[in-house]
Design a protein around this ligand. Sequence first.
Ligand code: DAH
Length: 342
Amino acid sequence: MAMQDVESLRREALAAVAAAQDEAALEQARVEWLGRKGPIMEALRGIKDAAPDERRALGLRLNELRDALESALAERQAALRGDALAERLQAEALDVTLPGRPRERGGPHPLQLAQDALVDALHALGFRLAEGPEVESETLNFEALNIPADHPAREMHDTFFVAGHPGYVLRTHTSPVQIRAMRAHAPEPLRVITIGRVYRRDDDVTHSPVFHQMEGLAVGEGIGMHHLKGTLYEFCRAIFGEDVKIRLRPSYFPFTEPSAEVDIGCVFCGGSGCRICKGTGFIEILGSGMVHPHVLREGGYDPAVHTGFAFGAGVERIAMLRYGIDDVRLLFQNDLRLLRQF
Ligand code: DAH
């Protein structure tokens, strides 16, 4: 091979390297120009056929060309890799100035808020939380509360019985916690509140088979109806506002004697009479009374020494009145348009 041919080989090879646009094309150029079947190797093998006085110089030029081509390939490869990296960085760049994806925030449910308010109101009056199970014995749910098996009040409770466990029911009210709390404290004086789920087999527009009740109980020496009324008044003021009116009406519950139902002045019309209070200006919110001697005895207290008062209410109803919600179903639908208002 003549010297000029080596020169044109160099130009062509370097041009091919420069023209490679990605690493694959570059690899192809390497194989084509530096491979064993490529023109440079072929020329090196042909040195032995050259004129003896030219062999040395030709060998040097060809080796030099091979070295030059190798460095050109390495350089081009580094450049291509750099480009690829820059391109990737560009494509994957994050715009940290874009606004974030909004996250929906949860919040306490109005039922929970009402529950907290009830507990706080009674806590301030010295009542402490007590608890009982939702699967309750029939004895505590009924008998101990002076509701024997043949008592008509049983029918009003629409009880769920627990399959396979005779003698057990889903508690139909929170009142059995009265017995549990008394048995845990007798003969000490006692002020407790309990709150939780209760179950009844009615399910229609205004009744859910699961709902919530709260219950207060005070037992001690010398407790009278005036204490009940004072407690309920303070309690209602804490829940419905300073100016709330309350009214006690004689009533009947098997576990209290005497018994009273408690009304508050209608929070929707202010007492002038509306659809919700059915024109009476008052809304019933609580059942209450002096603890029946039978119940005190069941709790371990001597009715000759101790007396007590109790009261119970539906939490849904109190939540509706406190927050002006006029349909109980709204409390169970988890509609964000309602929940966001709290
Ligand atoms: N347990 C009653 C019910 O579910 C509510 C009740 C009434 C509770 C009077 C009481 C009470 O503690 O004194 O209907």
